[in-house]
Ligand binder design. Structure first.
Ligand SMILES: NC(=O)c1ccc[n+]([C@@H]2O[C@H](COP(=O)([O-])OP(=O)(O)OC[C@H]3O[C@@H](n4cnc5c(N)ncnc54)[C@H](OP(=O)(O)O)[C@@H]3O)[C@@H](O)[C@H]2O)c1
Length: 313
């Protein structure tokens, strides 16, 4: 499936083509890739932005989008720990909305037995980001309280599950949390009435000041994304007066250059999956030919959990 123009979800076209020769520069930069027979591809906010030419990674048109997949290994580099037939999930950056994708070996992980391919295609960006934001950057401690914004979305649902697996108390602006607040209601006062939060995890971006106000002394606001389309500004006296931290959590910029950290996060999440504490929520399944409708679904804010394209095996 290619993005052929910048007309949003209508800009996607299905096309039969030979397997391209060579490895795209973005992937070659990581070394020899793993070739994967795709069974499911995750659909995320960046693909929606790409269909409008609004994402930082802007390849020449037409191009195949799709940053994460699950499937089976077709071909692995010499000396690799993967072999043809292995069930895996992977972050391929681009090219995932296809039968075959190439992914850097350090971003390929074994798919836990208990998960199907659609669930596997929902793991990497949401769950790795959730763990990274809560633990690596957010310094979460068992027993603390975290307020999760955008809690019905991909990163939000993942963060709620991982937070509970870590022994945190959760407050959310959507279903699935111990305390549920409406993001369009007086959530900040309600959160304070419930004792405030030690951490606020924000993938939405339009409520920064109230997020700081909802923190307890010593609390951390972890900035994860901007689905609202706004990049807010706050005066720096705010964190000073309240003795709170504002922390950026950018997964790729931090973890891609530390493959051992990516592997450690994957193993922590694997243990949570094995214990039944974490299970990706697949909110909608589409076929590859319906990729445009899948993006429109995300665009309409109807998406719950992860939107996935399924590819026939
Ligand atoms: N920092 C990192 O390393 C990293 C990694 C992965 C993703 N991200 C970013 O994290 C963000 C969330 O990704 P996601 O996959 O969770 O997205 P998502 O599932 O599409 O959306 C998350 C939530 O954002 C809210 N939202 C969506 N559109 C909005 C709008 N126009 N105005 C206000 N709220 C809106 C919705 O919550 P309500 O309608 O319930 O309020 C939605 O449930 C994205 O910006 C993504 O790029 C960052």
């Amino acid at each position: 499936v290619e993005i052929v123009s910048y007309d949003g979800p209508r800009a996607l076209r299905l096309r039969e083509t030979e397997l391209p020769q060579g490895v795209p520069a973005e992937i070659a930069a990581f070394g020899e890739p793993v070739r994967i027979a795709v069974r499911a591809a995750g659909v995320s906010f960046p693909e929606l932005l790409q269909s409008r030419g609004q994402y930082q990674m802007k390849p020449e048109l037409p191009f195949v989008p799709g940053a994460e997949v699950a499937g089976t290994v077709e071909q692995a580099p010499c000396g690799s720990s993967f072999a043809p037939g292995d069930r895996v999930f992977a972050f391929c950056l681009l090219g995932g909305f296809a039968d075959t994708a190439l992914a850097p070996e350090q971003l390929v992980f074994r798919l836990p037995e208990s998960l199907d391919f659609a669930e596997g295609a929902s793991l990497f960006s949401n769950y790795h980001t959730a763990y990274f934001s809560l633990v690596t950057r957010g310094r979460a401690e068992r027993g603390e309280t975290v307020l999760v914004h955008g809690a019905a979305g991909g990163v939000g649902t993942a963060s709620l599950q991982v937070a509970r697996a870590l022994g945190l108390k959760t407050i959310a602006a959507a279903a699935g949390a111990m305390l549920v607040l409406r993001s369009d209601g007086p959530w900040k006062d309600e959160a304070l009435a419930a004792g405030g939060a030690d951490m606020v995890l924000d993938p939405v971006g339009d409520r920064t000041l109230d997020s700081l106000r909802a923190l307890r002394e010593g609390g951390r606001l972890v900035i994860v994304g901007f689905t609202s389309g706004e990049i807010p500004e706050i005066a720096v006296h705010r964190p000073l007066h309240r003795n709170v931290d504002v922390i950026g959590a950018g997964y790729g910029a931090y973890v891609f250059s530390r493959p051992e950290l990516g592997a450690a996060i994957s193993s922590e999440l694997g243990a949570m999956i094995d214990q039944g504490l974490v299970r990706p929520i697949v909110g909608a399944r589409y076929s590859l030919s319906e990729a445009g409708a899948a993006l429109a679904h995300l665009d309409s804010r109807r998406a719950l959990g992860k939107v996935v394209l399924e590819v026939d095996g």
